[in-house]
Design a protein around this ligand. Structure first.
Ligand SMILES: *Cc1c(COP(=O)(O)O)cnc(C)c1O
Length: 370
């Protein structure tokens, strides 16, 4: 095999020379963390780019989810999706909350509003949906349910950087939205994340929580945590933001090419992004259906033999993991759609440096087998 291995993602890195001036500026300021100039500039720049007013940077998406739940003083039960990365549910356990899994919608990868409503009990205080693969959730329906039952909504928006819904940022929905800037995400700062807040007071409270609960030299108002983003990560974010349009455009081109090349592939479905929405092409999920002799795992292994490392996101379901599977809501019979997706979805490689020739080779292997 002559070609290099292809992984599902590869972080975007601008030329190293472009990062040097940022490092020189940090060295000159002597500010390495604690809301220095890079941190302030990135919060401002992200707010402008994303079209939201109040952004609180954090050290990573998981600490962002944990802090968001703390900020809203969530207690008892939280309804969430089993079809996500483990951090979604882990953030609940780290707050001593009880996850209640509801099934996803048949046509999307996201929580089904009807299932959310059916899962509400007197102990429910919040809903934590995920905009899976950057597909916006049924935000209006979720808002109506939350209003009707007096629940908070915290979106795990780890996949939703730059995603728009009906012409506006999807990050404006819910009480809080949490982004991840991990190296594998569409926009990254090596490690990092952000909480999108509805107003200045909420941002200021979250800024306090992420800095140990410190108010001033002699006042510690709450039992906060260390969730701060360092200046070096923030500086990288500023540089990465200069390149984001090109990176997203390349992702869109790859997405189009896959769709064209896989249009007639036997038993392969490329689900479209919801109507009225603009995704970010951060993932390229395909569904491997019954019309194919070769099932999803067989296709996964075939690609692997060619050193193409597609990923079975999200398999296993969170609800099947040892720390969750004994919950009553975790039984597979209760989660038929999520269980079906976990068996049939394969995420194909997509990242800015992937070439058209790579995409043609990957799609060719899928389209020419059955
Ligand atoms: C990546 C991810 C997270 C965690 O983000 P980190 O920045 O890696 O802590 C949370 N939820 C989802 C859905 C993710 O994909």
């Amino acid at each position: 095999m002559s070609e290099k291995p292809i992984y599902v993602t590869r972080p975007h890195l601008p030329p190293l020379s472009e990062f040097i001036p940022y490092l020189e500026s940090i060295w000159a300021s002597g500010m390495l963390s604690n809301g220095g100039p890079m941190h302030r500039q990135l919060e401002q720049a992200l707010g402008d780019y994303l079209g939201v007013n109040h952004v609180a940077l954090v050290a990573n998406g998981t600490i962002g989810l944990i802090t968001a739940l703390q900020a809203l003083r969530i207690s008892g039960e939280v309804i969430t999706t089993p079809y996500s990365f483990v951090a979604t549910a882990h953030a609940l356990l780290w707050n001593g909350l009880r996850p209640v899994f509801a099934d996803v919608e048949p046509g999307s990868f996201n929580l089904d509003p009807m299932r959310i409503e059916a899962a509400i009990t007197p102990a429910t205080t919040a809903i934590m949906p995920v905009h899976c693969y950057g597909n916006p959730c049924a935000v209006e329906a979720i808002e109506r349910i939350a209003d009707r039952h007096g629940l908070k909504v915290i979106y795990d928006a780890a996949h939703a950087f730059g995603v728009r819904h009906r012409g506006q940022s999807v990050l404006g929905h819910g009480d809080l939205s949490v982004l991840s800037f991990h190296a594998t995400k569409a926009f990254h700062t090596f490690e990092g994340g952000a909480i999108v807040c509805p107003d200045a007071a909420t941002k200021s409270y979250i800024d306090q929580l992420k800095n140990f609960g410190i108010v001033d030299e002699t006042t510690v108002a709450t039992a906060g945590i260390n969730g701060k983003m360092s200046e070096i990560n923030a500086a990288f974010g500023l540089l990465e933001l200069q390149h984001i349009e090109g990176a997203l455009a390349r992702r869109r081109a790859i997405d189009h090419l896959y769709r064209e090349l896989l249009a007639n592939a036997p038993g392969i479905v490329c689900p479209p992004v919801a109507a009225g929405s603009e995704g970010n092409c951060s993932y390229f999920p395909i569904l491997v259906n019954e019309q194919r002799q070769q099932d999803r795992d067989a296709l996964y292994h075939l690609l692997k033999q060619h050193e193409i490392y597609a990923r079975r996101y999200f398999y296993p379901l969170i609800s099947d993991l040892p720390m969750y599977r004994d919950l009553p809501s975790a039984s597979p019979e209760h989660l038929p759609e999520a269980s079906r997706l976990a068996r049939t979805v394969l995420c194909l490689p997509i990242y800015p440096a992937l070439t058209d020739a790579d995409v043609e080779r990957i799609a060719g292997l899928i389209a020419n087998t059955r």
